[in-house]
Design a protein around this ligand. Sequence first.
Ligand code: FMN
Length: 340
Amino acid sequence: MPVIFMLAPMAEISHRALRELIAGFGRDAAGGPDEYFTEMISAGALLGGGPFEKWYLDGGPYPERLVYQIAGSDPDQIERAAALLDRRESEGGPCLGIDINMGCAAPAIRRTGAGVAWMASADAAGTLTGRLRRVVRRRLSVKLRIGFREDFEELLRFCRRLEAEGVELITLHPRTAGEKFRRSARWDYVERLRGELKIPVAGNGDISSPEEMLRRAGGPLMVGRAAVRRPWIFAAARALIGGAAGTGGEKAALEGPLNKDTVNLEETGIRFLELLARYQPPEFHLSRARRFFGYFCDNLKWGTYVKNLLNREESLAGIERAWRGYFAGTSGEDREAARV
Ligand SMILES: Cc1cc2nc3c(=O)[nH]c(=O)nc-3n(C[C@H](O)[C@H](O)[C@H](O)COP(=O)(O)O)c2cc1C
């Protein structure tokens, strides 16, 4: 069975610039995952026609692999937003699917009744997804956490209701609503849920290497933070399984192993900045650059120092100068990696 790889929805991170960067690690589409989830799009802001919506909606470079994620609390708004995105043609193509965020536990989201707040009532979530099923023509999916406590039976009842309403894929990030990243993800919940549901269950949480992607590949896999730290992770995982993954079974065109010692980290950072300038509005540049380098700098021996250095800059040009300056000034391992 082919393994389906997915890029996780991450606010201020899962935008077109990151998708382009990731895809660039293989020929054509082969460097990237099979599915790219967008960062969550607020149903209310979308319908209100906020000034930045066109940037959130940019589905490039592969709209046919794009899944729009919607966050909201008002069923009418979510339904209208879903219908709009479902019919949207981005760069000549419709998206792959519509995903509803029922997993985000950030207090600002949860307090409004969005994200994981939906998991408080299987009835409310079931009614919503039933309504969405009638307007969404593409794949309808939902992203969840375990819920408010560790109770597999309750999670299963919730998921069975969604399945009965026509949801076609569930992504489980197996942590409870109150847990941050300190506690490790409970992958046994993913395995058990996969055993119980008829629809596919994508597992997500703490995947950190291409080797681990292979170990976890008993179903679709979603990768978040590790894909920012190592944008080549999907290409490297495909190379490990002989290029047989996913739609079309493309081969990643690789010349040897991809890892932080073989990839040119300096140029990858510069490329990201170029993509950011091209595909995001100036108002977003600094916040998105900081988010990206907050993870990407983990590849460097002096990562924390570099993060602080970049965070002091107030423009993309300044960030580029500081980034280049670091590589010009370092000796030792980071310099070695930058030279390859
Ligand atoms: C900065 C950041 C932003 C996130 N934004 C979203 C989001 O918009 N929607 C969502 O469903 N999950 C969001 N998440 C959760 C991720 O999609 C994912 O479930 C989580 O990071 C665990 O996967 P990982 O260990 O591979 O990173 C976010 C996570 C991070 C770190």
